[in-house]
Design a binder for this molecule. Structure first.
Ligand SMILES: C[S@@+](CC[C@H](N)C(=O)[O-])C[C@H]1O[C@@H](n2cnc3c(N)ncnc32)[C@H](O)[C@@H]1O
Ligand code: SF4
Length: 370
């Protein structure tokens, strides 16, 4: 089923590692931006679906920092989506939040308007590291908001954590996960920190490589984290994502399994029946109401995308599907060897990457492409 993504490109302050499209001028832009969003949602039926209301089962309010957007605007956006799509009863509605912009009243409001999943950017529970990466909150605030969210009745709470921060060790990282898990967090996204072009972190890194851990140290923490989750009730269902069964992100799973999704807002992407659309990355162009790009994927692109995404998550790669597009992956020169060495696992009509090799997935994927 179709999923809906809404990009809310506002942040109180830019974290030094982040290259996501977001701006700090919310006061100036919020009303104007939300009005354009509402219009874009309204027009989408005609633009993509010949005037028909499509059925959806996920809504993802991402950013930026959606939790700094006025509550009345969050409600307007959700109402517009509900008016223009059929929202299935068994839905997942997520909002991305920063710990410093949440409080009990906001949480209650989110619950009231139907939001049933929180994705909280905790990043780390080490206050020194939080300062280094320019976060606005403390570890105590992060713990408090998770507690409050549970009190308000949120069952489905996900937390983002960064691997590779300067003061991290595998021991203290796993302790942080235990603290959050004991508070009732059911889903963890653990990303290895990337030094992105044009970020403050890039400047700092160029002056001092020790601002973050090196790759070997980070991979070691990632592997130990995966071992830790493996021994608990959590399942690694994608390279960076771990969840208790039933708490996997339905919305993100659509990206990894090639399902259709529609994205609203600046820089948002859509993927509808083999066509990828991308919205402009600045306010003025977005307000003009045009997609900046529309790309009909070629067979080769669909094959490559299916392999890349399938080996990143537990959905795997569908062999007959690739055959139907003209690529017999089982005839690839490295396939037999990888299968014998148990690097990839063939089961029924599918082939999966052995989770022990998730850390080096890129090397393997490249070899199995056509
Ligand atoms: C779009 S951000 C939104 C979440 C929210 N604004 C926050 O920061 O708490 C989604 C997540 O991407 C991750 N992320 C952003 N930049 C990253 C980078 N350079 N390397 C690894 N992960 C990154 C962070 O963990 C962040 O929580
Ligand atoms: S990590 Fe989140 S809060 Fe920080 S700049 Fe990126 S989107 Fe904004």
């Amino acid at each position: 089923m179709l999923g809906v993504y809404v990009h809310l490109p506002f942040c109180e302050r830019k974290c030094n590692y982040c290259a996501f499209i977001s701006f700090t001028n919310i006061q100036e832009q919020e009303e104007n931006y939300v009005n354009h969003l509402l219009e874009e949602i309204e027009q989408s039926k005609n633009k993509y679906f010949e005037g028909k209301k499509e059925k959806i089962d996920t809504i993802y309010l991402g950013g930026g920092t959606p939790s700094i957007v006025k509550l009345e605007n969050i409600e307007k956006i959700l109402d517009a989506i509900k008016n223009n799509f059929y929202l299935s009863e068994n839905n997942e509605i997520t909002i991305e939040c920063n710990p410093n912009s949440l409080d009990i009243n906001k949480l209650k409001f989110y619950k009231k308007v139907g939001i049933n999943r929180l994705s909280i950017g905790v990043q780390t529970l080490d206050d020194k590291d939080l300062k280094i990466i320019n976060r606005l909150h403390t570890s105590e605030q992060a713990i408090d908001v998770v507690r409050q969210a549970r009190e308000v009745g949120f069952e489905n709470i996900s937390v983002d954590l960064l691997i590779g921060l300067k003061n991290q060790t595998k021991e203290n990282f796993i302790k942080q996960i235990e603290v959050l898990k004991n508070l009732g967090v059911k889903h963890f996204s653990c990303y290895m920190i990337q030094v992105e072009n044009g970020t403050k972190l890039e400047q700092l890194y160029n002056l001092d490589k020790n601002i973050i851990l090196n790759e070997d140290e980070s991979v070691d923490i990632y592997e130990k984290t995966a071992d830790f989750f493996n021994k608990s009730e959590f399942l690694r269902y994608e390279i960076s994502n771990f969840a208790v069964k039933g708490f996997e992100s339905k919305h993100n799973y659509k990206y990894w399994t090639g399902e259709n999704y529609i994205g609203f807002g600046m820089a948002a992407h859509s993927y509808i029946n083999g066509i990828r659309y991308a919205n402009p990355k600045n306010f003025s162009q977005y307000y003009l109401g045009e997609n900046i790009s529309k790309e009909v994927l070629t067979k080769k692109q669909i094959i490559e995308e299916h392999i890349m995404l399938g080996f990143r998550c537990n959905n795997g790669v569908n062999i007959p599907f690739l055959n139907s597009l003209g690529y017999d992956i089982t005839q690839n020169s490295d396939y037999k060897f990888m299968k014998e060495k148990n690097i990839i696992i063939e089961k029924n009509d599918k082939v999966y990457l052995n989770p022990n090799y998730y850390g080096v997935n890129n090397f393997i994927i490249v070899k199995l492409l056509p």
